[in-house]
Design a binder for this molecule. Sequence first.
Ligand code: ADP
Length: 487
Amino acid sequence: MAATIIAPPKIRQTNLLIGGKWTESRSGKRFATVNPVNEQVLAEVAQGDVADVDAAVKAARAAFDSGPWSRMDARDRGRLMNKLADLMEANLEELAGLETLDNGKPLRDARAADLPLAIDCLRYYAGWADKLTGDTIPIRGNYFCYTRREPVGVAGQIIPWNFPILMAAWKWGPALAAGCTIVMKPAEQTPLTCLRMAELAQEAGFPDGVINVVTGYGDTGAAIVRHPGVDKIAFTGHYETAQKIMVDASATLKRLTFELGGKSPNVVFADADLDAAVAGAEFGLFFNQGQCCCAGSRLFVEQSIHKQFVEKVVARAKTRQIGDPFDLNTTQGPQVDADQFHKIMSYIDKGKSEGAHCLTGGSRIGNKGFFIEPTVFDNVSDDMSIARDEIFGPVMSILPFKNVDEIIDRANNTYYGLAAAVWTKDVQKAHRFAASVRAGTVWVNCYDVFDAAAPFGGFKMSGMGRELGAAGLANYTELKTVTMSLG
Ligand code: ADP
């Protein structure tokens, strides 16, 4: 196919947004964000530290405590959110291009998935802004008792690099709808789209201090977590970081929601529509270069179709188009950075040395940029590292299984519990699996179906609380009970 290469957009914003002003960090320090295609520095971004975080929290506190945000009519908050969504739609090409530049994901995916989902999320939550109601409660005695849903306050939001703009929207949407103000820290690998989104929020007319963005590394995130002026932390990333956040947040007992990693079972029964299951297995694992917390990274295939399935899935893996993410034919770009690249390559080595069969891939592509071949391992057993640990890369592990009784225990044999999928035409089997698997999301005959209205989050060490839907909104509220004597 002839290449159709789109030109990358200009990088416009690399400073911190604090109280409505774009500023250098107080220390004057900057850090590099790197293009994963060629390892060249894209931009030097302001590196916020404790002093910048303190200023951002004060701005967010002021916008929350004394207005204008807390005094604004809920309908007007919803209108601003819709306006931001409209501006993101009007600037979709630029935002998608920035995402591709910073993260390395194919532009066609940023255009078709990340941006539309982010915009949809803001619109979904804009609709909630004026629909947060409490209850009237019939209590004993001569009293009128009711509840109010109030915003939790200043939300510290710390996000990862795999879906930068989408994660920002998942965090801003419910926080803004509930009436919270925000101090956000995007990932150090991918700060650019969040900064541009914050510029668009200013253009939409969000009052100063409602949305603050402090870029930096993990210590910047830790400063947000430790700040006594922050009421809640919403974090997406690695469980080990979440463990540190729990410790740091304990001094002030902050509300916490976590969306963490996974090792999700994707189970294909012999009675499944084979081609659909093969396509779902490929998409469920290789999408976004395998950098998805819900990737179907343990692919269980029933013994009787194992040979056929493996042939088909390997053939599909080989058709993936790897290269320049700005080429519209590209379906797989580079991994996000050198650390991730080396981690994935070390898991590929472990897979080989622990005895799994590498059927395709297994190597770096080229010697510049973080490109890895789509890799398929067969004959993986439950105790191998590639079946236990989250790899976060284009590495598929196929584990054969015998029957439904065996598979539920094996699917649950992990400390994670984010997502799971099952492919079968047998309704009973599908329901039995869906009810028995310990995971926050179960897909039946599909994979990676996301909607702003459908809650998402993890059992076990995959998280705490839910994002999206009404459940995601509830996490940004405090419930207040008011009891009034009727004389
Ligand atoms: P990943 O492995 O996906 O990079 P991390 O958990 O390391 O996941 O990073 C996710 C986000 O958490 C990033 O924005 C990162 O800078 C931030 N972060 C890292 N360490 C800390 C910490 N100790 N406290 C708060 N945030 C942190």
